[in-house]
Design a protein around this ligand. Structure first.
Ligand code: LMR
Length: 413
């Protein structure tokens, strides 16, 4: 008797638009290869960087010889308190009044999954979630998985390579009353373009008048400006204005805890009693997903945030990472100008955070992969953190060539 094959009908899935870039990069054997795909910080030698404050926290944790018991479903209480203080500010009114429900998440993705899962169940009658165009690729499948309907608001203006603020505001104003509006709190991924503080103020008014519900995704606190308080402006302003926001907070980038999967999901609610009810349902979203969260990343975060010396060291390191990226922006801009690259490249300097949106077409990206061994996502996004003194000249030359149409070898024309 032949053995039954159950899976012959499973089709090949497409590569992930971001993680697939790393896979392709790893397979490339060229000594010149450059990976500007995934948003993961690299030091000045192009190496993954473990923060000194994190290494010290690891030593402290190691010496404590902690057990490996399960955490509560919503996570480590000290981690939750300290994370919320970092995001909302210690003086946040709803925080002081005990009106913020917080749960530990599997980094930003897990936070978004809790948020959308909760909304799909407890925000009755509303299915539309408005997401910027473009946005982080994972937002869409996360929302669709739970049955939310993704709508797009205008964000990026191709002509100015800047923010289409009027378009954004109009689309949000025209969305059905009470819609869910997803906002990147800072360092918008993939464009590196954020609303100004005045823009945020206007958006707050528009959103309030339409009774929309805001979901903030904050994956880059500290990475945009080097200052964690400044980067929390939009979130804190909306909270001050009385919006009952939802927040997904990730420690992947600002603490370099990518694979540790540390983050939180939180909601501003109207009373401590409501907080308890909401938390009881958040638990029911989490339990069938991952039951209870991982320990180690949360231990690292709470060790750093609760120790003044470590906290200061970490803040210095965030600034150092942000400053290195800003320096690379300046260098890249100057090189592109020196190389007489057609077009206006000022946006490389004005964009903020980990990414730059180059404006390259997908075919130009394909040429960079194939002929220069330079890997970036097909939307033309580059991770500035992947650039360093060792590869920036080569990258600028490759970019300049592809824009001039000179990268493809003549024989293949
Ligand atoms: C990115 O956008 O590159 C990062 O947020 C990593 C990821 O998981 O996509």
């Amino acid at each position: 008797m032949s053995i039954t094959n159950f899976w012959s009908g499973v089709p090949q899935g497409p590569p992930d638009p971001i993680i697939g870039v790393t896979d392709a990069f790893k397979k490339d054997t060229s000594p010149n290869k450059v990976n500007l795909g995934v948003g993961a910080y690299r030091d000045e030698n192009g190496k993954p960087y473990v923060l000194e404050s994190v290494l010290k926290a690891e030593d402290i944790i190691h010496q404590k010889k902690l057990d490996k018991e399960y955490l509560p479903i919503t996570g480590d209480p000290d981690f939750l308190r300290l994370s919320a203080e970092l995001a909302y500010g210690k003086d946040s009114k709803p925080l002081q009044e005990g009106r913020i429900a917080v749960a530990q998440s599997i980094s930003g993705t897990g936070g978004l999954r809790i948020a959308t899962g909760f909304l799909a169940q407890f925000y009755p009658g509303v299915k539309d979630i408005w997401i910027p165009n473009p946005t982080w690729g994972n937002h869409i499948p996360i929302a669709e998985t739970v049955g939310l309907k993704v709508q797009r608001y205008r964000y990026f203006d191709k002509k100015t390579i800047g923010l289409d603020f009027q378009g954004m505001k109009e689309d949000i104003a025209n969305a059905k009353e009470g819609s869910i509006i997803l906002l990147h709190a800072c360092a918008h991924n993939p464009t590196g373009i954020d609303p100004t503080q005045d823009n945020w103020r206007e958006l707050s008014e528009t959103i309030k008048s339409k009774k929309h519900l805001v979901l903030f995704d904050m994956a880059y606190q500290g990475f945009a400006s080097g200052d964690v308080t400044r980067d929390a402006f939009a979130l804190r302003y909306f909270v001050e204005q009385g919006h009952q926001i939802l927040l997904c907070q990730s420690f992947a980038k600002n603490l370099g805890l990518y694979g540790e999967r540390a983050g939180t999901f939180s909601m501003v609610v109207s009373s401590t009693e409501e907080k308890e009810r909401v938390l009881s349902q958040i638990k029911r979203v989490i339990r069938p997903l991952w039951s209870s969260p991982p320990i180690h990343g949360a231990q690292l975060v709470k060790t750093i945030l609760s120790d003044q010396a470590l906290l200061e060291q970490w803040l210095g390191e965030v600034k150092k990472m942000a400053d290195r990226i800003i320096a690379m922006r300046e260098r890249l801009y100057n090189l592109l100008v020196e190389l007489k690259t057609p077009g206006e490249w000022g946006h490389i300097k004005s964009q903020i955070g980990m990414f730059s949106f180059t404006g390259l077409a997908p075919e130009q990206v394909d040429e960079l992969w194939e002929y220069a061994h330079v890997y970036l996502t097909r939307d033309g996004r580059i991770s500035m953190a992947g650039l360093n003194e060792g590869n920036i000249q080569y990258f600028a030359e490759s970019l300049s060539k592809v824009v001039k149409g000179e990268l493809k070898p003549k024989s293949s024309l």
